[in-house]
Design a protein around this ligand. Structure first.
Ligand code: AMP
Length: 431
């Protein structure tokens, strides 16, 4: 036998039992975000490397050491997207955002790629579900996005979610904050590693992303972002808090949340889940009023978030899939296959929401019923969320008489009736 190949480090396969959960979460996303007027956008999985350097930021961990970057055959530098906001903004600017009616309301789902050290909940290919609202400058935009986020989380059973929010100074206030942070950290510079020293000089805000335990205590007494806000930023932040209280979005404030991406201005937020292990960050987001301009578009205020879909599914305890009734069609042997194909399709037509599975093993009705019975007893064996389970038994008697025998595997009752009676017999058995 030839050697078997393994999935690349940090990637994983989703088999139907898991993939159906992801699909169900995406269905809820489509329903909830759609009810706020957000439409789905799908952008390419790879982009020019320059896009991420200009948006996420040269000195962030993501750009600096986590990107999958490669030259294509013509020597262009391409990168597998490490996040999706940059791609969405690039797409809008390319299509002519200045002509589009505002606000723009978009959501996406898809794989993202980061060369990180894999561990539970941290992958090199992972999926995100995200939202972008462009063209609403005031705190009401942040409040819409956070309110919608919480509606989504509640629909998935995360009723105890709490957002941690912060406000990052902009313009001259941001420069003053960076300077104060440098002044605070410099006397302790001898304790910092090379990477944090670079951050200290080039982009002090990124010190908060440091994973070095030595850096933590130094940052604990650091200046607070909220003390550096200019008048307008402070008003924005205070108004947002008021709107969140009114909207029933639970939150707390933390000066330590700065997010590992440079494009954020003003509002930033995260939600963690206690149901996850060490990697407990479920999602992150914030306002990025300068990004559209940075990428060549007209000044456009914007706010959004990205949820780690793998972590979201892992932390979910309830089942958001709709129950579907399962009908096993079991021909006794190969002579009944053609009859079974016809009957199966007829049932699919009558019960569009049901799962109609045919047994083509030719092992006889008894064996086929065994598998159906197993699933009736333990519906979790099936990748879908199975409601009622029925078996349709087709032997030579049924084929010759154009009848079907239907067994309800929950009650155990069984009846034989003419095939033409299927519509009335199946009525109301969708679930
Ligand atoms: P970020 O784009 O870094 O703001 O991340 C947003 C969310 O994506 C995080 O809160 C995580 O839930 C998820 N995430 C980020 N990196 C990874 C990863 N390597 N593996 C799995 N999920 C991730």
């Amino acid at each position: 036998m030839k050697a078997r190949l393994k999935a690349a480090k940090g990637t994983h396969d989703l088999f139907p039992a898991d993939a159906e959960k992801f699909a169900a979460v995406e269905t809820v996303a489509r329903r909830v975000f759609g009810s706020f007027g957000y439409g789905e956008i799908r952008t390419p999985t790879f982009e020019s490397t320059e896009l991420f350097a200009r948006s996420v930021g040269e000195t962030t961990d993501i750009v600096h050491k986590e990107m999958y970057t490669f030259p294509d055959r013509k020597g262009r530098s391409l990168t597998l997207r490490p996040e999706n906001t940059a791609g969405v903004v690039r797409a809008l600017v390319e299509k002519g955002i200045q002509e589009m009616p505002r606000p723009l309301r978009l959501w996406y789902t898809g794989s993202q790629f980061r060369y990180e050290q894999p561990q539970a909940g941290r992958y090199r290919e992972f999926r995100q579900i995200g939202v972008e609202l462009l063209g609403v400058p005031g705190p009401v935009g942040d409040a819409e996005v956070l309110g919608m986020l919480f509606a989504f989380l509640h629909a998935l059973g995360f009723t105890d979610a709490v957002a941690t929010i912060n406000c990052i100074p902009r313009g001259p206030a941001r420069a003053a904050f960076s300077k104060a942070l440098q002044d605070h950290v410099r006397p302790h510079a001898a304790r910092l590693g090379a990477e944090d020293l670079k951050r200290l000089e080039e982009n002090p805000l990124r010190l908060f992303d440091s994973k070095d335990p030595e850096a933590r205590p130094i940052l604990e007494g650091a200046p607070k972002t909220l003390d550096f806000l200019d008048e307008a930023s402070r008003a924005h932040h205070e108004a947002l808090k008021e709107l969140l209280v009114q909207g029933g979005v639970r939150f707390r404030e933390s000066a330590a949340i700065v997010r590992g991406i440079d494009y954020y201005t003003l509002t930033v937020f995260e939600v963690a889940s206690e149901r996850l292990g060490a990697q407990n960050a479920l999602l992150g987001g914030g306002r990025y009023d300068e990004l559209v301009g940075e990428l060549g578009g007209p000044p456009t205020p914007a706010v959004g978030f990205a949820i780690g879909e793998d972590r979201l599914v892992e932390a979910m305890t309830g089942d958001v899939r709709e129950p579907r009734s399962l009908v096993f069609v079991i021909p006794d042997g190969p002579d009944e296959f053609v009859y079974a194909l016809g009957v199966s399709n007829e049932i699919r037509g009558l019960l569009p929401e049901a799962i109609v599975e045919s047994d083509y093993s030719g092992r006889g009705i008894g064996k086929g019923l065994g598998r159906a019975g197993q699933i009736a007893r333990d519906p979790a064996l099936h990748p879908f969320r199975v409601g009622a389970v029925h078996a349709v038994l087709l032997g030579s008697r049924e084929r010759e008489g154009d009848t079907v025998t239907m067994k309800d595997l929950t009650s155990g009752t069984q009846e034989t009736f003419p095939r033409r009676e299927l519509p009335e017999r199946l009525a109301g058995r969708e679930r």
